[in-house]
Design a protein around this ligand. Sequence first.
Ligand code: FES
Length: 164
Amino acid sequence: MPSERLRTLPILGDRIGEIEQICAKYPERRSAILPVLWIAQKQEGWISEDAMKEVAEVVGVTAAEVYEVVSFYTMFHQHPVGRHHIALCKTLSCAVCGAHEVSAYIREKYGFDAGKSISRDGRFSIEEVECIGACTEAPAMLVGEKLHGDLTPKSIDDVLGKLD
Ligand code: FES
């Protein structure tokens, strides 16, 4: 039974019932840190310092330990992102097959100012990441949790053009 204190947490409070069910599957609460972080990210779209403190309290670790996990995995966002987040692979196979050109195309076509990771309209954010396991379909990107490979300007527009 979660404490009343956990139910009042601003970010995770209304998901505490679900979080308790997840924690109950593990021998130690701290082992639930990854799924609880996913919930935190779903709540706000990214993981703020406040969210890290709440996750720490919920699973019984320090905020520094939560930060270590968040900073290790690129799928956790430490800054606000657009409505649709693009993780574009920059590792060797994708680099050789045109990842740089893909990045330039997306940034130009979808309205990113130089050096910015969020488009002017807030619709997209982009991040260059290490291999996403789709090397045979290079160049590849994730949009949210969905993988898209063999990217061309047309296939990029087919994917991104449909998103609001
Ligand atoms: S190198 Fe890009 S998916 Fe593996």
